[in-house]
Design a protein around this ligand. Sequence first.
Ligand code: PMV
Length: 323
Amino acid sequence: MSGSGGGKVILLGEHAVVHGVPAIAAGLCDGATATTRDEQPAELHVEPWGVLARPGDGSALGAALDALLRARRADRLEDERAPRDGSIDATVALPGSAGLGSSAALAVAVLRALDARDGIARDTERSQQIALAWERVFHGNPSGIDTAMALAGGLARYVRSPAPGERALVPLPSARGLWLVVGHSGEPGSTREMVARVAERKSEPGWDTTLAEFADVVSQGEVAIERGELAALGRAFDRCHALLAAWGVSTPILDAMCAEARAAGALGAKLTGGGGGGCMIALVADEADAARVRKALQATGREAFETTIAASPGTIAASTETT
Ligand code: PMV
């Protein structure tokens, strides 16, 4: 039996989302797929990484698998079959340590494959809690946005601790599709280290003001997405990148790539995900600009690809903003 989980790009609000500010993310079509093989032993084979992990083998992946299997065994409703472990073959179609949510995508793919084999129909909230057990091994203190997006995809706003009666992940209406260029710095980024670095700033005097600025950027971005105001969304990208850089999670290469993308016609550019390396994203007006920005990044020796985020239903009419 097989299962899959999606990758994601965070459009606005990464890192601040760990501290309670909403963030906006979009699912990527690429992610991870997993297929169950045998009932025993409990092990995970991942391509193209060429790794084989088992619970207790001393590797982070083995520890994550162990955490997921334990959480899965513990989460059983009365009328449900007993979850069984097993060996799994998985393929990840995203670069790791890149800010694109590869580990969460893998967790969700593994969980879904095992659940499909055992005939367990787990709802999103229960799946999220189990995938988070895995994610904690890699990220220490994850907000949950990666696993929520790996489960749901689409374009959504996420908040770590929603008010009573509200959902953590809410689909966002968008007036038009978005063109993005994703560029890889070529350096791996450690989300765990970057999240810890930001947490050290909590006692600094400007902490609350910065969180309020993040919240403002995210809310402006949400309105811009809803109305299809690309220039305003691009400005929100730039502001978000500046806030993240001030928190010390950007790198000279990511800064240079964002500047390169803007110079090539992007409406805005920012690092995406954990930073410290990994990827940046640039918002562009259309397909032609996407190709130009992608080529400009590739000309500096970076890997880059184009992606689109479809307009979503429930949209309000686009405003007349000219870009
Ligand atoms: O680096 P990624 O793809 O795992 O994204 C991390 C997003 C952060 O906001 C930096 C951390 C989190 O748990 O939300």
